[in-house]
Design a protein around this ligand. Structure first.
Ligand SMILES: Cc1ncc(COP(=O)(O)O)c(C=O)c1O
Length: 451
């Protein structure tokens, strides 16, 4: 069997909340003013109540509303495919599978939470949302969600990616969203960053500051985050829950589960149901893959830090490079975030999740190998998961082991072809960040509370 596509009837009816099964509870977000844990009332001006409840919930299963299931059904369940041609090319005894999240209307896993977030905001009487976007996948997904539920949307897109991926702008506009490059002149934070550095390439941290400020300054507007937070990872668990059912059809169980990590949502979505199995005693490894240009887990610190550059968010306990850290403009724009989901960070600390960092060029090489064997052209973010899967498959070959490997194919790269152009023209490089640069960014947050 090459692939398993479940029927619509087999779509999971509830998201899985790992907070119910963690051996140690998550550290709470803190108020930067008082250093005390924040309650939902602090976040109520920018998030709707149902999402705040999910953020703090300890309930194991949270039902997916019928309105959201109805939208999911237009592309879910997504296929679980065995990459047999890649296996043959590598000559590995390993079985390599990928969960194809590029099948959604926006081309990535992001609509799994965008649709849910737009729905809960609509339900709560909100008229308009703001958000940040890196490579544009999240901005387009939220534009799609807002379009379905009749909400206005303004997207602050990281400037370097805005110019690298011009068609993301057209997609967001096609679904009725407004989009500006960030830093922009539309917010105080944006104007301040531009005054400091008129040529700023932007970053996810800066774009988050702009979107939060915009939402906080208008009564009719909420803010929506495409990754990092517990409720976002919760919505993404639909990926792993489907994958568990699909592996039953193959009569297999994965030994290694892999995803790339920006803020942690596609990795979490696939891996969290498997981390549950690991907590219950089954041997399964979960591997989070980040770029060497933005190595928040492998070279950052586990510490309280702001989620944005202008210090507008609560303090989150996470692996971070420091909220002032400005990552190099790699093409995997969705992986250029200074921090990591508190949930993923916590699971790393508990030894439930492993992390590794990979360089840009080896990932592009792996992406091209994948395109030439399996056909699909991955997003630059996804190429990190592919490279890591290949490394695992090569290890299996060296050790003569027929392990089962699954990775999250988080998005297609059909709007990222300028990145491939640069790769084929030999214009791309690798990044190893100097220790000095990382130390400087870390020194700026050293005084914040320790988890
Ligand atoms: C295709 C794709 N994969 C992965 C990511 C990384 O985000 P996350 O870690 O939240 O999945 C992004 C973010 O924009 C993306 O567009």
């Amino acid at each position: 069997m090459k692939k398993c596509t479940l029927s619509e009837r087999e779509l999971p009816r509830a998201w899985y909340n790992i907070a119910a099964d963690l051996p140690e509870p998550l550290r709470p977000p803190l108020d930067p003013g008082t250093g005390q844990p924040i309650g939902p009332e602090k976040l109520a001006p920018i998030f709707p109540l149902p999402l705040l409840e999910q953020e703090m919930s300890a309930q194991r299963e949270i039902p997916i509303p019928p309105e959201v299931l109805d939208v999911y059904a237009s592309w879910r369940p997504t296929p679980l495919v065995r990459a047999t041609r890649l296996e043959k090319h590598l000559g590995t005894p390993a079985r390599i599978f990928y969960k194809y999240e590029g099948a959604s209307p926006a081309g990535s896993h992001k609509p799994n939470t965008a649709v849910a977030q737009a729905y809960y905001n609509k339900l709560s009487g909100v008229k308009r949302l703001t958000t940040e976007t890196g490579a544009g996948q999240w901005g387009s997904a939220l534009a799609y969600g807002c379009c379905l539920f009749g909400l206005q949307l303004k997207v602050y897109m990281v400037k370097v990616s805005y110019h690298q991926k011009p068609y993301r702008k057209s997609i967001i506009q096609a679904w009725g969203g407004e989009i500006v490059p960030s830093p922009s002149h539309d917010t105080q934070a944006g104007r301040r960053f531009l005054a400091e550095n008129p040529d700023s390439p932007g970053s996810l941290g800066i774009a988050i500051s702009e979107a939060v400020e915009d939402a906080a300054s208008r009564d009719d507007t909420n803010y929506s985050l495409g990754s990092v937070l517990n409720h976002v990872l919760l919505h993404q668990t639909v990926i792993g829950l489907e994958t568990q059912r699909q592996f039953k059809e193959f009569n297999l169980e994965p030994d290694v589960v892999i995803g790339c990590v920006g803020g942690g949502s596609n990795f979490g979505g696939l891996a969290i149901p498997y981390v549950r199995e690991r907590i219950a005693g089954r041997k399964v490894r979960a591997v989070a893959v980040e770029p060497t240009a933005c190595p928040s887990i492998t070279r950052g610190h586990y510490h309280y830090d702001f989620g944005d550059t202008a210090e507008m968010t609560p303090l989150l306990a996470m692996h971070t490079l420091g909220h002032q850290f400005l990552p190099p403009g790699i093409h995997a724009g969705g992986l250029r975030y200074h921090g990591m989901s508190p949930l993923i960070s916590h699971m790393v600390r508990l030894g439930l999740v492993e992390a590794k960092a990979l360089n840009q060029l080896e990932c592009f090489r792996a992406a091209v190998t994948f395109a030439r064997t399996e056909g699909l052209i991955p997003a630059p973010e996804t190429s990190h998961a592919i490279r890591a899967a290949i490394v695992e498959a090569e290890r299996c070959k060296a050790e003569g082991k027929a392990e089962t490997i699954v990775f999250n194919f988080s998005g297609h790269g059909l709007l990222d072809m300028s990145a491939y152009d640069a790769y084929f023209a030999d214009e791309l490089g690798d990044y190893t960040l100097p220790e000095k640069e990382l130390k400087e960014a870390w020194e700026l947050i050293r005084g914040l509370p320790k988890p």
